[in-house]
Ligand binder design. Sequence first.
Ligand SMILES: [Mn+2]
Length: 374
Amino acid sequence: MRHHLLRKLRNIIEEKKGCGIVVSTEASLFYFTGFRGPGYLVYRADNDSFTLLVPALEYLRARKAIAEEALESYVDVVAFTPYGLPNGLVLDSAEFKLMTGKASEIISSMLPRGCRLLLETDSITLLKKLEKAFAVEDISDNIEDMRAIKEPWEVERIEAAAEIAEAALNAAISSLDFGVSEAEIAAIIEYEMRRRGALDHAFPTIVAFGENTVYPHAEPSSRRILDYKPQPVLIDLGAVYKGYCSDMTRTIMEGADTEFRAVAEAVHEAVYTAVDVIRPGVTAHEVYEAARRVLASKGFDKYFIHSLGHGVGIEVHEKPRISYKDNTELQEGMVITIEPGVYIPGRYGVRIEELVLVTRSGARLLTKFPSILW
Ligand SMILES: [Mn+2]
């Protein structure tokens, strides 16, 4: 499943003429190896080999992940410790390879000094250290671009994560009784997601009642109680399933008045107008513009204060950005959110967020939950 991703990674070296590659963000490490945790994937061009360098305490878990992905013949797992360990520790078998030193020192010892090293990292410390030993070139963009186009098995995991989140949302909506707090609803969602096989939430669940809905990233409070109806309830949730995230938002208002309906229906129309525009070759800006135009026609665009969406995968925010003036062309296999929102200060906010797969001829919704809940 993943060995051809490793091959693609190795191909970057032919393009850029480097002596080695280091991948160090947890998300990309997981992408290439299936191991979720801290470590460094090191490719050496001289002997065409991959080494997964992990802290000693992660060694067995990393070995297990590599075995589960059937990558043993492609990736050698090596443990390291920066501070030394007593002799005679039993970790596994005779195969246990322990290196002592900081990761940057070990990496430096694996590759010829001064050569061109292709690096993916979010650590300035690692970058600075490696720059002392190598001519470093940042390949974060190349890897982000690779990750933006999902393989079918990645889409399946995202879709499964979305299904789990939807089941949790269903439970949350049935619990919207008088006296319940925002925090309790968030807790129900996170409990239900884990109970259904999610490893975690993709981000802290947002539950906002009433006026709290005007904050796009409202924090659920145990003191904000559902004490009257009708009032809007905004829920933004995502699950992580087998390492992949989902992301969706619904705004609910039982017994909504006509004013709220006008706002909610504009947001609803904006979402699906944008989804209809999606197909390979269309730019992120054009999709953004389609949603904005709908809101503008009703006078609500001045309350649409964020971008329209983002890529979703191993991380909940990935490439591409679906924003104003972004000329990224959508490609088949991208998974993105479409999430216009209208936030009227002092009143309330409405956001609807769908998760969408860009297909060869258009778009397929990965979220299935009803979107009209007022
Ligand atoms: Mn989102």
